[in-house]
Every structure is written in structure tokens, then in C-alpha cells.
Design a protein around this ligand. Structure first.
Ligand code: ZN
Ligand code: ZN
Length: 209
């Protein structure tokens, strides 16, 4: 299909397809929050997942746009806080797959561009997925997009979410049973001490620069 991109964990045990990968179906955001950084650290992939300021290059798509084609048995999930997003990853090689809410009712799904197979044939990410719409959650205000840019991004994304909900995309998540709405793997909650350690490592890494 045109605009399909391969999703693959680092070792290749888990594979999937991200469908309809074009600017109109994708919302790109760079997130500098400490939680995304702590998760990259947990996976042992801070170097490949974070930019020099600790930012994660994320893109939001509808749950139905992601299809897992191989290795679903390797998929597992965790949370870093009781109310935080569920972070799905491939346990075989600790590769990030996607963030969702704990229930499928909101069609929220955020993926990292590191999960996409980026070959020459794909062209530049910005040409395929559209521009990064906003940079958010940095403790350093100048690294974040202006309030107006964030507002525009949120309006645009809210419209996408509403459309996806109305068209039933929330029932097509590869991470939830479409009949019962239950997660395919119940996420564990990482112990608070472990999360704090991961955050500390990241804070120190950024301070060193
Ligand atoms: Zn793997
Ligand atoms: Zn984040």
C-alpha cells in the first residue's frame, strides 16, 4: 500500500506496518518530558531514542493505523506512574513500540520514529510524516514551541482524535482485545524507586550535556 511504513523492533522478532503514513494522518511532536526520557533509559536506548536535549521524536496515529504482523508474543507493557500512559515495547530486545492510555476508549497512540524502518526509499521523514507540529514539556522554556503553536497542534490533534473515535478506530488497536477492550498484556507498574533512579540518570546526563 502506498504510504505504508515498516515497524520493526531492533532484533526483528516483532514486525508491523504503520499504515497511511502521511501528514494528514499523523501528528508529530517532540516531547522533552522526563518520563519519556526515563523510559528510553529503562530500555537502554537513550542514545538512539533521545536527541541531545533529551527530546523524543514522536508521532501520533490512530490505533488502527498500526498493524502487528509478526512476534506479537514478544510484546509487553509497563507504566512509570499509576496514571501515566501504558508504554508498549518488544521484550525480545527492549524496543519501544507505542504509548496508549490504559483503556482503548480514547484512540490515543504515540509512536517513536526510531521504530520506523528508515530506508532511502522512504524519503525524508518530514516529507512523509509532515513537520514536527510542536516541541513540548521541556523544563527550559526556550526549547518549547510557542503557546500558540502548541494550541494549534492541540486543536488539530483533537480534531483527529474525534474523527478516529467516530470512525471506530479505537476498536482497532493491536494492544487491546476488540471484543472485551482488555489489554493484550496487563501493564506492570514499575516501582517508584526504580523510576526515580531512571529519572536521576537522565537528569545527570543532561546536566553533563
Ligand atoms: Zn526484538
Ligand atoms: Zn514525554
Amino acid at each position: 500500500m502506498p504510504n505504508d511504513m515498516t515497524v520493526r523492533c531492533e532484533c526483528g522478532s516483532v514486525e508491523g506496518v504503520a499504515h497511511k503514513m502521511s501528514g494528514g494522518h499523523v501528528n508529530r511532536v517532540t516531547c522533552y518530558c522526563i518520563w519519556c526520557q526515563a523510559f528510553a533509559e529503562y530500555l537502554g536506548k537513550a542514545d538512539s531514542m533521545l536527541d541531545e536535549d533529551g527530546g523524543s521524536d514522536l508521532f501520533q496515529i490512530s490505533p488502527g493505523q498500526l498493524e502487528i504482523t509478526k512476534g506479537a508474543e514478544f510484546i509487553t507493557s509497563l507504566r512509570l506512574s499509576p496514571k501515566g500512559p501504558v508504554r508498549w515495547y518488544a521484550d525480545c530486545c527492549k524496543s519501544n513500540l507505542a504509548n496508549t492510555f490504559g483503556s482503548p476508549s480514547v484512540p490515543f497512540m504515540a509512536m517513536h520514529t526510531a521504530s520506523l524502518e528508515q530506508s532511502a526509499g522512504n524519503g525524508k521523514l518530514a516529507d512523509v510524516l509532515g513537520p514536527i507540529r510542536a516541541r513540548v514539556n521541556s523544563p527550559e522554556p526556550e526549547k518549547n514551541s510557542s503557546k500558540f503553536a502548541v494550541y494549534l497542534m492541540l486543536i488539530r490533534y483533537a480534531a483527529m482524535l474525534l474523527k478516529w473515535r467516530l470512525t471506530g478506530e479505537h476498536k482497532r488497536s493491536p494492544f487491546f482485545n476488540p471484543q472485551t477492550g482488555e489489554a493484550i498484556v496487563e501493564p506492570i507498574l514499575l516501582p517508584k524507586e526504580e523510576v526515580e533512579k531512571l529519572k536521576d540518570i537522565r537528569a545527570k546526563a543532561l546536566a553533563v550535556g
